[in-house]
Design a protein around this ligand. Sequence first.
Ligand code: PLP
Length: 432
Amino acid sequence: MSISPREEAITFRPSNLFYLASLHRPVVDRAEGIHVWTRDGRRFIDGSSGPVAVNLGYGNPAVLEAMRRQMEKTTFAYRLHFENEPAEQLATTLAERLPAGLDRIFFVSGGSEAVESCIKLARQWAVATGQGGRWKVIARMPSYHGGTYGSLAVTGDGFLTDSFAGQIRMMPTVPAPTAYRDRDNLSMEERGLRYADMLEERIVAEGPESVLAFIMEPIGGAATGALVAPDSYYPRIREICDRHGILLIHDEVMSGIGRTGKLLGGDHWHCRPDIVSLSKGIGSGYVPLGALAAPRRIVEPVLKMGGFQHGHTYAGNPLACAAGLAIIGEMDRLGLIDNAAAMGEVLMDGLRGLAARFPFIADVRGKGLLTAIEYADRETFAPLPADWKIGQRVLDAAYERGLIVYSRRVKGGVQGDYTMVAPPLIVTRADI
Ligand code: PLP
């Protein structure tokens, strides 16, 4: 069975759904732990946690029980009419764990909504503080920040934006720090500084007073295949943003909530972002849930101005938040952040072993359980011939054998071809 969506003729499924393309996947029946069963009786290991989302694994009894208890009370309470306890408790739980100062939480229902919210909060803060000229959000190329108009405007991937024929107003970009590709005499740390300094050059070229924010994935996800910058990059980025009064937004939708062996990806470098977006891991596939976290100094002027002009119907609903609370509780009880760090090492060793056998694997990287292999010429990083469809073939071959991985081709400054391996954080050495 092939699952290559773009290769198939357009035939509609007998149901009324449509997706990215016409897909012919087996129908899911149930899921538990790291496994998913289909109705035709096949069992898969979910080696990518869906789209790197199901951090806790499927069917956790404590989460299901917390959801059941909440559903029996109420499944919904509109936030403009009622406060709700699960939302308040989840906000407190997150604020206690996030880097100091990021203690104001705003809930949404997914990652793109979280990114949109970060950008809108930043813009409203600028207006509220007399900096109305600041509106540009510089992003990295390649990068992935979501599928809505605003989040796509800061997404560096031509495959995702070209279909709209220039009608999405793309924001300025700087190259993502793909220092591992560079063939020069600089050390990795010098390269890290060079990539960070490209941000400053861009800010100056745009006119610093017009720049509102810089958005980045501290550890890359779908667009860069678990890209980790050299250590020197992170503090320099903070320094540059401070120098120009620009907000630093960390998109932790994929890298956050324990995925990389710390609560946030940026925690590996003790980063101090101004605003953080979260999603995937806090809902872990149980509920649609996302959040932004920001400090009082950003939120207060916005509230004084009349309030944050933003919100979605399902934002902060008690059912999603009750599940989120139980998910964080289970992550603590099971020690999953530490497990992600430890199992990440085991996984990396295995992937490095693969790379030693296959010359078309040019790089292996990641942190914790956010890992990837990149396909390219090992010496030059020239892309492999497009008709090899290497990522898709690896994905298909793994799928045939009952293993789900996540392959992406990206067109964003550099052409990238990756397979990400990112199992649920409950994964064991034996599973790997
Ligand atoms: N930001 C990042 C870093 C992501 O990886 C994703 C999804 O993959 C998103 C935003 C968008 O999240 P969602 O698909 O929940 O809208």
